[in-house]
Each structure stands twice: as C-alpha cells, then as structure tokens.
Design a binder for this molecule. Structure first.
Ligand code: SIN
Length: 282
C-alpha cells in the first residue's frame, strides 16, 4: 500500500477549491504525498485541510516543503516566528484584515506563490473566507474581451493599502507595520499563463490593482469594475467555513480571497505564511 492511497481530494465547487483528507500536515511529507498535493493544488487553486492544529514550527516546516517562505513586510508577526504573520481581529476592533476581494502580494514583481492560513481562534459563528477561481472567471469571458485583454498589462501597488497615506482606520494601522516600506509598484499581464497548471487566469484584483498600463485611472475604472463584478459571481466562488484546526492553502496566481467581517464583538486569530513566487507572463 502506498502512502498516497489514503489521500482523498474532493472538489468543493465547480470553479475553485478542494478538500483534502488523509494527510497529516504536522509530519514531514514524503515525495509522493507532496507530489499528490502539488497536482491537486495546481488543479483546484485552494486546498482545505481539517483537524490539523499545526504549531508554528509545523506550519513553517509544511510551508518550507513547498518552497521559500517570504516574510510579509506589513503584518505583525507571531512572537518568535518572523515567518508567520498574524491575521488578528479583537472583540473591540471593527475592521478586519483582508476584508475585501484581493490576492496577496500582487504588488511584488515576483508575486507570492501562495499563502497557508491556519485557524487559531475562531468566533462562535461567522468569520468565513470566500475564494474565487480566476481560471474559471477568465474562461467565461467572451472571445472578444479575451482578445482585448490578451495584450494588456495592469499596474499593482502596495501604497494605497499599506502606505503612509493609505486611508486606514487607526485600529487597523495598529495591527500593521512598516508603512514607509509600502513603495511597491509593479506591472503584470492582465491575463497570465499560470506557472503550475498552464491555464489562463485573470490577474487583476480589487485590492491592489490601480489601472491598466497606458490607460488613465478613469479609463481603467469601468473595465476593472466589469471584470471584478464578473469574477466575483457566485458560480466562480466558494465559501469556506473554518473549524478549529482548519488549514487553507491558496494559490495567489489562480484565486482571490475575501475574509468576511461578520463577527462583531468576538476574536478571530489566524496564522499566515506566504510562499515566494516568480515573475508572471501572459
Ligand atoms: C488574508 O487576507 O490573507 C486573510 C484571510 C482570512 O483571514 O480569512
């Protein structure tokens, strides 16, 4: 019997995500288990695991079995673990981190491959995360719009989100750091060829994309608004309900995500590790 026989990969929606059973992420993964997970990751864009309860050391070891960890410049790290970012909302705070559609680090020249989020403390109800599949969203566009987008590039930035001039309430600013380092501006193709799957994927997002290269912000706004409305349609999305011990591992080049902020008066604490990526091409 091979160590991959007990692994079950079950798609959770037509467009994005699969739940994986039969893997213990707290132990080192054999090359065959890793290869099974890599195939599932490329096919589904997000993998969900239940009942894992990883320590920071185990979380880091799992991340490093995929690649190099990239330390987020702006998130407060977990004490003694600079590689692990805290995604925290306290009962008295009103704004959550990640509460809008986005994909992590698209402002970097080599955007992060993916992010691994572990549930540490969950509200009694609420605090789900939505995911959207950018391969399926792209494929549903008309041939004419696909043709138009094929030659286009878009500008992404960290300045308006994490920078000194970002319009951010104090209670969020307190949870972030290094505003003076939010100087990343970069251009990526609007449609990328996904580095793992080879699938075409829409690569603009409401969080970090400012506009199309060579277009003004005003000219860009209507087409971006159309693409955002299209890509966040129900048929391209999935709502993940966290449980204690849940882990979600998403591909930032294939998906968007959105942390729902519907648990006022309760604490939610997650640990996130982000993995280094590569330059993207059309
Ligand atoms: C994030 O945007 O990385 C956090 C997602 C979440 O807290 O569900």
């Amino acid at each position: 019997m091979s160590d991959t026989d007990q692994i079950v990969v079950k798609p959770v929606s037509n467009a994005v995500g699969a739940e994986v059973d039969g893997v213990d992420l707290s132990s080192p993964l054999s090359p065959s288990v890793l290869s099974t997970l890599q195939t599932a990751f490329a096919a589904h864009g997000v993998l969900f695991f239940r009942n894992q309860s990883l320590t920071p050391e185990q979380h880091i070891a799992f991340a490093e079995s995929w690649g190099r960890v990239v330390v987020n410049r702006f998130f407060t790290p977990v004490e003694d673990y600079p590689q692990v970012a805290e995604v925290r909302k306290e009962p008295h705070q009103s704004i959550n981190i990640g509460g809008g559609w986005h994909t992590d680090h698209s402002y970097d020249e080599e955007p992060a491959l993916g992010s691994i989020l572990c549930a540490k403390e969950l509200p009694e109800s609420g605090g789900d995360t939505l995911f959207a599949g950018m391969g399926a969203a792209y494929e549903a566009l008309s041939p004419g719009l696909k043709e138009t987008l094929s030659g286009m590039k878009a500008l992404h930035s960290s300045r308006h989100v994490f920078g000194e001039k970002a319009d951010m309430p104090e209670d969020v600013r307190d949870r972030l750091k290094n505003a003076e380092s939010a100087t990343q501006d970069t251009v990526h193709p609007v449609v990328i060829t996904h580095p793992l799957s080879g699938r075409k994927s829409l690569y603009v997002n409401p969080g970090f994309t400012l506009g199309f290269e060579g277009w003004t912000a005003e000219e860009s706004r209507p087409l971006l608004a159309y693409l955002y409305e299209h890509a966040s349609r129900e048929e391209f999305t999935f709502r993940f309900r966290w449980q204690p011990g849940s882990v979600a591992f998403w591909d930032n080049r294939a998906t968007w995500h959105y942390a729902l902020n519907d648990y006022a008066g309760q604490r939610r604490l997650m640990h996130r590790i982000t993995l280094d990526g590569e330059a993207l091409s059309a």
